[in-house]
Design a protein around this ligand. Structure first.
Ligand SMILES: Cc1cc2nc3c(=O)[nH]c(=O)nc-3n(C[C@H](O)[C@H](O)[C@H](O)COP(=O)(O)OP(=O)(O)OC[C@H]3O[C@@H](n4cnc5c(N)ncnc54)[C@H](O)[C@@H]3O)c2cc1C
Length: 381
């Protein structure tokens, strides 16, 4: 028997998932005058959106998703706080991706060539030049890629900023409800089945992280995405040292200093597949020591710094490393936005614009997402 607390059960658009993608999409769609219901299994921002490190990075992106990253940084991030009425803590002081070996530099050069050809302002710098930008790194750093327009923001403040603006626009958010499947009527998507009855909408936006796969499967669509786990830890408050976002050629760790003075440093141990095979959010025994070793190798200044807490989060890793942002031809009415592969936060303001256009005009006009279709996957043989 459906629960009466839920009230309205139909809308122009149902959004599945209350992470940054769901909240930002709800905001944009409700701003168009559409009625929107967001269905969230847990709480708003309880998934990857509330657990990420906040990197707003364009550099070292696959060129298929680079248009989203460049658009977001050029046109949305600088004024997003004003638009949402919150301080998103957006800082744009650049990103250094560091190398200590010739093999690292080769990797960095390749990504600099690809990204600059695709229009990003990115260059290689020597170790000495990198230390001029950020004097705290080890003498072992022999080169880096440098993207002066990269930065970071606060994911919780951003997601809740979108959420509140969507509420202002009369979007309805229902939490603690699990979507179990989708159903068609008259050849188009119409029904959203939940553990608390059926909802109906003309359009459905599916942005439920790695759970999107099981939900899309119920209407015959498969997105090759699986769950990956990653950890972030927080250092004690430190004196201001530098504001650049840091990363390495081999992605040993990434991070930056937050507004209140702690550093957020994230990454994986390489053993996460063997240590976290359940649905909770455990931090394992390997990651913090492994990240610490990597960080101290590049930044000896961190050797005696205390870690005050850590957390883990799941993300939706795609077979080819870039998201799916697409309408689905076999299921008219369905828009999918998932498979962000651990770097969706930085592009989320642009993704929500693409979603709005996919829903309202059938194609993403402001930003080219044609390489991110749901049907791009092909088996090798
Ligand atoms: C540790 C970590 C660090 C990261 N660091 C960065 C970074 O520095 N920069 C960056 O750009 N990105 C980063 N990311 C990735 C980024 O967090 C994600 O790409 C982004 O948050 C994806 O947003 P989302 O809304 O798609 O997913 P989520 O925030 O996971 O939201 C999906 C929502 O769907 C809900 N849901 C799932 N199943 C159902 C269901 N059946 N019914 C209803 N609701 C359902 C979930 O509860 C969840 O709230 C990181 C991720 C992690 C885990």
């Amino acid at each position: 028997m459906p629960n009466s607390r839920l009230g309205k059960r139909s809308a122009d658009v149902i959004v599945i998932g209350g992470g940054v993608m769901g909240c930002a999409s709800a905001y944009r769609l409700s701003a168009e005058g559409l009625s929107v219901i967001v269905l969230e299994r847990d709480e708003i921002c309880a998934g990857a959106s509330g657990r990420n490190a906040g990197g707003v990075r364009q550099s070292a992106r696959d060129v298929r998703e680079l248009p989203l990253a460049i658009y977001a940084v050029k046109n949305i991030w600088p004024t997003l706080g004003e638009e949402l009425g919150v301080d998103t803590e957006y800082v744009q002081k650049g990103n250094l991706r560091l190398g200590r070996t010739e093999a690292h530099l080769e990797k960095l050069r390749m990504s600099v060539t690809e990204n600059t050809e695709a229009g990003l302002d990115l260059l290689m710098v020597t170790g000495t030049e990198a230390r001029e930008i950020c004097p705290y790194m080890s003498e072992e750093v022999i080169g880096a890629s440098w993207c002066p327009t990269d930065g970071y923001a606060n994911p919780l403040l951003t997601t809740f900023g979108y959420y509140r603006r969507a509420l202002d626009n009369k979007a309805i958010f229902i939490t603690g409800i699990t979507v179990t499947g989708l159903g068609k009527a008259g050849g188009a998507l119409r029904k959203v089945y939940t553990d608390d009855g059926v909802f109906e909408a003309d359009r459905v936006v599916l942005c439920a992280g790695y759970h999107s796969r099981a939900i899309a499967n119920t209407v015959g669509i498969d997105i090759p995405v699986e769950r990956e786990d990653e950890e972030v830890f927080v250092t004690e408050q430190l004196p201001p040292m530098f504001d650049q976002v840091l990363g390495t050629a081999d992605a040993d760790f990434y991070g930056h200093r937050t507004k209140h003075g702690s550093f957020l440093l994230g990454g994986v141990s390489g053993l996460q597949h063997f240590t976290s095979n359940h649905d909770g959010h455990p931090a394992d025994a390997y990651t913090a020591p492994s990240l610490s070793r990597a960080i101290i190798g590049f930044f000896p200044v961190f050797a005696d710094v205390k870690i005050i807490r850590s957390w883990s989060g799941h993300f939706d890793a795609c077979a080819d490393g870039v998201p799916v942002i697409s309408n689905v031809e076999e299921v008219p009415g369905l828009t999918i936005a998932c498979a962000f592969t651990g770097h969706g936060f930085g592009i989320s303001p642009a993704v929500s614009l693409a979603i709005k256009e996919l829903v309202t005009v059938g194609e993403s006009r402001a930003i080219d997402v044609s390489e991110l279709r749901y049907d791009r996957f092909r088996a090798k043989q």
